[in-house]
Design a protein around this ligand. Structure first.
Ligand code: Q9C
Ligand code: ZN
Length: 338
């Protein structure tokens, strides 16, 4: 399996996140990607596909905001990481506001996702990592590849950041595959958290099937999305499948959900699969509550490989840093052994 990684992703290192009423050390650390890279060994060089494929999944105004937000934060006399404190909810309307705090509210939905001086650079190369890993699948020179992306992407929507995510790496690669001629692409999201950004981007798109297995949003972040009755709308009605599972879920119940997701994906008959892979389903994850073991990841990888689709695997979450390398290696080994 070809592995793609770019060290420029490591520059993003937010200090703190608002957690249970206080500022806590940020869980999404650069060492997450470093330890996986060390464990997996040699990585392919990432190419620069420019900004246009990013603008196929995100709005131009959001990309401009993300690129300039920290500079504007400093220009407003602040220091450290930029984070919002006011979010429009009631009777929202498209006001053209200039104040950085207003923009942070407009383009984000939580206080766990600070913008640092290096966020744009890191997120940009994260997206390029996903696009670079897609390339051998598009030209047929590989049947599977792994994009070691960081920061993660699946909570970021077309015009908002959140959940440690800024650019939606999986969505950008999916749209690039569509634009390269893949008529139907499926996304399978197996991060512990619901991939609300990805779901939102393709909500009304019948050419992308989005299936997600995640912690029940009644008890877990992101709360407002990922409930079982969310199924898409318009041309995308029926092209979204949410399979929420309770806290404490172990492999057997997880595999039942996985078979359901894979059956729905097979019925959709895609020519490419994008796997949003978060290893935060791990039993030892510090912010999550499933009970998947390292060995289980190989089983899960094998089941997904059995779908027989060209597959782009994109890294999402996973916060048990010391075990992350082994957990990712287990999933990839299970996938390739199949
Ligand atoms: N700090 C991913 O796994 N948790 N994102 C908020 C308060 C947010 C996780 C709790 C979890 C986001 C990609
Ligand atoms: Zn997650």
């Amino acid at each position: 399996m070809q592995i793609f990684f770019d060290r420029r992703q490591l520059a993003h290192a937010p200090a703190l996140e608002l957690h249970n009423g206080g500022w806590a050390e940020h869980a999404e650390k650069p060492s997450r990607a470093e330890i996986v890279c060390e464990r997996l060994g040699a990585c392919e060089t990432v190419r620069d596909f420019g900004r246009s494929p990013l603008a196929r999944a995100h709005t131009a105004d959001y990309l401009d905001f993300l690129e300039t937000a920290h500079t504007r934060w400093i220009a407003a006399g602040r220091s450290g990481d930029a984070v919002g404190y006011t979010w429009p909810v009631v009777r929202r309307r498209p006001l053209d506001l200039d104040r950085i705090d207003a923009l942070l509210g407009r383009y984000s939905y939580d206080a766990g996702t600070p913008i640092t001086a290096d966020t744009w650079e890191a997120a940009y190369w994260g997206a390029q990592t996903a696009l670079s890993a897609l390339a051998p699948l598009l030209d047929g020179s590989a049947s599977a590849s792994f994009a070691l992306c960081r920061p993660p992407g699946h909570h970021a929507g077309a015009d908002y950041l959140g959940g440690y995510c800024y650019l939606n790496n999986a969505a950008i690669a999916t749209q690039a595959a569509r634009d390269a001629g893949h008529a139907r692409v499926a996304i399978l999201d197996i991060d512990y958290h619901h991939g609300n950004g990805t779901q939102d981007i393709f909500w009304e798109d019948g050419s992308v099937f989005f299936a997600s297995i995640h912690a029940d949003p009644s008890t877990d972040y992101p709360f407002f999305w990922g409930h079982a009755d969310e199924a898409g709308d318009g041309a995308g009605a029926g092209a979204t499948l949410n399979l929420p599972l309770p806290r404490g879920t172990k492999l057997p119940a997880y595999l039942d959900a996985l078979e359901q997701a894979l059956a729905a994906i097979a019925a959709f008959d895609p020519s490419l699969l994008v796997l949003s892979f978060g290893a935060d389903t791990f039993e030892g994850d510090p912010i999550s509550h499933f009970a998947i073991t390292r060995a289980d990841y190989a089983t899960i990888g094998g089941r997904i490989a059995a779908a027989g689709l060209p597959t782009l695997i994109v890294m999402e979450g996973g916060y048990a840093v010391a075990e992350l390398g082994d957990n990712v290696a287990s999933l990839l080994d299970g996938f390739t052994a199949r």
